[in-house]
Design a protein around this ligand. Structure first.
Ligand code: DGL
Length: 255
C-alpha cells in the first residue's frame, strides 16, 4: 500500500475530465492536479516549446512525491511522454485519441476524430491510425476554439455552438458513426456536440474511464494503491498562479 499522491497533468482545465474518472474509480487516492494555464493551448504551439512547459510541471509534481503521473492531455503525451519516460523513474500514463475502440465498433466503417492541430499533425497519430484503423476511413477535424471556450467557461454560448457545428459537420458528412474526443478539454463540450449531432447512433468516445482503469491496474500490480481507510488530499497547482489553481479546485469540486 502507498498513500503518496497521483499526479494529473494538463495544459489547463481539460484534464479535469480525467481527474473526475480517477476520483470515481479510486476515491481513496490523493491527487495533485497541475493545470499549466499560463501556456494553454498547447495544440497551437511548436513541440519544442511545449516540452519545456511540460518538463517544468512534471518536475513540480515529482517534487511533491507523486507515485505515478497521468498525462491527462493527448497533446502532451504525443509531444513528451517518450522523453519523460526516458528521463524520470516513475510510471507515466499517457493518453492518445481512442482510435482503437472507435475502429473496432464502427458500423459505417468510418470514424471521426476531433483533436488539437498538434495531435492530428503528429507522426504518432499517423501511426495510431495505421495500426488500429486499417480498412476504416478516419476523418479528422481540429476543434477550433474548443479549448479556449472550455478555459473561459463558455461551453454553452451560441458562439461555441457554432464552433462545434463547424468542426462536426465534415465528420457527419463523411458518415462517421463514432466520434473520438481526442483532447481532454472536449468532454466538457460533449452535451453540445451530442445536441449538434442529434443522432443517437453516432457515439462519442472519451477514453477517460479507460485511463482510470489503467491507473488502478498499474498501481495494483505492484501493491501501490492507497489504503482503503486513507483520507485523500486533493491539491491544485498551476503555472498561472493561485487564482487559476483556485478556479481548477472550484471546477473540480463541482464535477
Ligand atoms: N487538453 C489537451 C489535449 O488533450 C490539450 C489542449 C491544448 O492545450 O491545446 O490535447
Amino acid at each position: 500500500m502507498n498513500n503518496a499522491p497521483i499526479g494529473v497533468f494538463d495544459s489547463g482545465m481539460g484534464g479535469l475530465s480525467v481527474w473526475r474518472e480517477i476520483r470515481k474509480r479510486l476515491p481513496h487516492e490523493s491527487l495533485i492536479y497541475f493545470g499549466d494555464g499560463l501556456h494553454c493551448p498547447y495544440g497551437e504551439k511548436p513541440a519544442a516549446e511545449v516540452v519545456g512547459y511540460i518538463d517544468e510541471a512534471i518536475r513540480t509534481l515529482i517534487a511533491h512525491d507523486c507515485k505515478l503521473i497521468v498525462l491527462a492531455c493527448n497533446t502532451a503525451t504525443m509531444t513528451a511522454v517518450k522523453y519523460l519516460r526516458a528521463t524520470y523513474p516513475l510510471p507515466f500514463v499517457g493518453m492518445e485519441p481512442a482510435v482503437k475502440p472507435a475502429a473496432a465498433t464502427t458500423e459505417t466503417e468510418t470514424i471521426g476524430v476531433l483533436a488539437t492541430r498538434a495531435s492530428l499533425g503528429s507522426d504518432w497519430f499517423g501511426e495510431l491510425s495505421g495500426r488500429y484503423a486499417a480498412g476504416v476511413r478516419v476523418v479528422t477535424a481540429v476543434g477550433e476554439g474548443f479549448v479556449e471556450a472550455v478555459e473561459a467557461d463558455e461551453e454553452h454560448t451560441p458562439a461555441t455552438r457554432r464552433l462545434v457545428e463547424r468542426a462536426v459537420a465534415p465528420l457527419l458528412a463523411a458518415g462517421a458513426d463514432r466520434i473520438v474526443l481526442g483532447c481532454t478539454h472536449y468532454p466538457f463540450l460533449a452535451d453540445v456536440i451530442e445536441e449538434v449531432i442529434a443522432n443517437p447512433s453516432v457515439q462519442l468516445i472519451d477514453p477517460a474511464p479507460a485511463i482510470a482503469r489503467r491507473v488502478e491496474w498499474l498501481l495494483s500490480q505492484d501493491g501501490r494503491l492507497a489504503e482503503p481507510t486513507h483520507v485523500p488530499e486533493l491539491l491544485f497547482l498551476s503555472a498561472a498562479g493561485a487564482e487559476y489553481a483556485e478556479k481548477l479546485r472550484r471546477r473540480a469540486t463541482a464535477l
